[in-house]
Design a protein around this ligand. Sequence first.
Ligand code: XIL
Length: 393
Amino acid sequence: MRRRSFLTMGGAAGLAVAMPGVASAAVAAPGRTRKAARRPDFGSPGSLRGLAVPIGLHIGTAVIPFDLDTPAYTAILAEQFSAVTPGNAMKWGVVEPVQGQFDWSDADTLVSFAEQNGQLVRGHTLLWHNQLPDWLTTGVANGTISSTQLMDLLEQHIFTEVGRYRGRIWQWDVANEFFLDADPSGINPNDFWVANLGAGVIPQAFKWAREADPFALLFYNDYNIAGEDGTNAKSDAVYAWLQQMLDQGVPIDGVGDQGHLDTQYGFSPQQMTQDLQRYATLGLKVAITEADVRTFVNNPTDQVPTDNLALFAQPFEFAQMLGACLETPECISFTVWGFGDADSWVPGAFAGEGYAALYDVNLNPKPAFFALQQDLQFGAFGAPRRSLGGRHR
Ligand code: XIL
């Protein structure tokens, strides 16, 4: 029923890409040409997206619009991935650089690209302390924006952005990175939003997002929440908070572990699996949302690892993360944070590190790519099948 009413609302484009296994032409709205609804939905037989189809898993990547101008890049993007996340294009600072003046160009381009290529979209992100517009943070700092006004602005932001893409976003990262890297962990009292509006702003954001788009799966997203901190403290805190939120009826559908790993620290695949499965026991979907595995490199341009063992650790850790997802039937997507080393955020964010992606600086697939490919090949025979997910799909 929901789907039917959705179609009558003119949301067919979103629905068409939301049903892998169904030819998009078959559900295209009247008036959409067959040409527009071509069906690359499965990728080629050996592609990551194609290999993941039998188990209902989506393989995603973050994309920055600049990349869409490079044909070699878009070819891989369309061929290998069945989901995309805007790396920056939907962050508040990008969509509303000047108060009241919106720039949706990059986000629109990416959503259209996804729809034309049978890909689902993860919206990222509505409530985060980073990449906020200057006018907002300055206004709060100098007192020209009061707490009441800040709350109103946030409400407007969520309704405007989520409303704009209503029916076309599969998963929204509603809230991002609110927990402390500490043992014990907990919500960071110094977070911009929490400090100004209290921790109640997080559930409020989920409620607004649900109202603005009842079709999207709403996610809490964070890093090191599947045991990567070594203590599992952050996972424990997030798990307890999610339980409390769900008990209070807050509309949270899923939890995303970013999955930013670093070969110098290692991680426990068993812990990751247990943590993902523990979230799933709450009735939530889970996802790996920003996977990459960084290591020390010679320089940011060539990104050749300085330690030979990293050549083994990098694909191993990627494969183990995918394995944790495969072992968890509620894990519906495995997304990498960019697929090429040349446009990875890592060299810019972590001094001396790189080599974090699946493809090298020249867009050649690396051992990590082949490791994932092989695991998906095997996974198709043994991993539990998952459904697209949530109450709404
Ligand atoms: C990063 C982008 O990749 C960079 O281009 C930008 O300069 C900073 O943000 N966790 C997140 C992502 O949730 O939004 C971040 O993306 C990486 C860490």
